[in-house]
Design a protein around this ligand. Structure first.
Ligand SMILES: Nc1ncnc2c1ncn2[C@@H]1O[C@H](COP(=O)(O)OP(=O)(O)OP(=O)(O)O)[C@@H](O)[C@H]1O
Length: 260
């Protein structure tokens, strides 16, 4: 599914946080939003996923303005993995994943055979089938993140939105989560929009990168065109050397020092 954003403004009270942002993401692309702390990345992602009201502009899913769509229809097409996730202590993985089916249930109906098959499929895709009865609070960070991704998958979305999916994970779990996202993108044709802080990971796992600075979209394009010493100097205030990773076929950099 394509995602198009046109002239988007988002405000908190009277303060404009996202300023006239426009972009287009093709079906099956992974697009990653990067930018300094407080630049408006989460606000943008929350607005796109309809968790925040927009003050101006339009959002289109496959060229249809979401203002013309029912909330339930949007929930069937777009799954969101927020940054902060709360779960009560007695919820099992299986139960959490079943919540992903709720946007598809008719009023007052219980989960049917098809829903249960989809829950099994989501657990299998994320490698959680053998631990499905475990309580979510007993899981490691990486397992917990996979459980939330499984819940999003059970929604059978066409677009998956993830706000900093690797935060608080050690490097091995970070890669595990990003590899899973990539696999789901490739095997299911899912369009993915995510926020990442690690710019090298953004370069490696994305088809497109959006750079947000002070609420404005200041660059948008393929990682090897966007990740440059200029960007690192001007937006992230670091001196860095840029290299070509021949194995992963992507750009990477080594930071040298901060710029005062
Ligand atoms: N609920 C809120 N009410 C008022 N201002 C807010 C609210 N949430 C965020 N802001 C402000 O909006 C600005 C952008 O915040 P946002 O969380 O979108 O940035 P971010 O780029 O995701 O930051 P980070 O990288 O630190 O997570 C910040 O100045 C922040 O203080």
């Amino acid at each position: 599914m394509e995602l198009t954003v046109k002239n988007l403004d988002v405000k908190y009270s009277d303060k404009k946080i996202v300023k006239d942002v426009s972009f287009h993401i093709n079906t099956g692309e992974i697009a990653t939003i990067i930018g300094p702390n407080g630049s408006g990345k989460s606000t943008l992602i929350k607005a796109v996923s309809r968790c925040l009201k927009i003050s101006r502009g339009d959002i289109f899913l496959d060229k249809i303005n979401i203002k013309e769509k029912k909330t339930k229809d949007i929930a069937q097409e777009l799954a969101v993995l927020p940054q902060v996730k709360n779960v009560s202590s007695d919820i099992s993985i299986e139960e959490l994943v079943s919540y992903g089916r709720y946007p598809h249930l008719k009023f007052g109906k219980r989960l049917g055979k098809e829903d249960k098959d989809i829950i099994d499929w989501a657990l299998e895709k994320t490698g959680l089938q053998d631990m499905r009865k475990r309580f979510v609070i007993t899981l490691s960070g990486g397992e917990r993140q996979r459980a939330w991704i499984a819940m999003s998958l059970a929604q059978k979305p066409k677009i998956l939105i993830l706000d900093e999916p690797t935060t608080f994970l050690d490097i091995s779990y970070q890669l595990e989560v990003l590899e899973l996202v990539k696999e789901l993108n490739e095997t299911l044709g899912l369009t993915v929009v995510m926020v990442l802080h690690d710019l090298n990971q953004a370069a490696r796992y994305s088809d497109k990168i959006l750079v947000i600075n002070n609420g404005e979209l200041c660059d948008f394009g393929e990682p090897d065109k966007v990740i440059s010493s200029c960007l690192l100097k001007d937006i992230f205030r670091i001196d860095a050397d840029i290299y070509d990773d021949k194995i992963n076929k992507c750009t990477y950099f080594i930071p040298r020092k901060t710029i005062a």
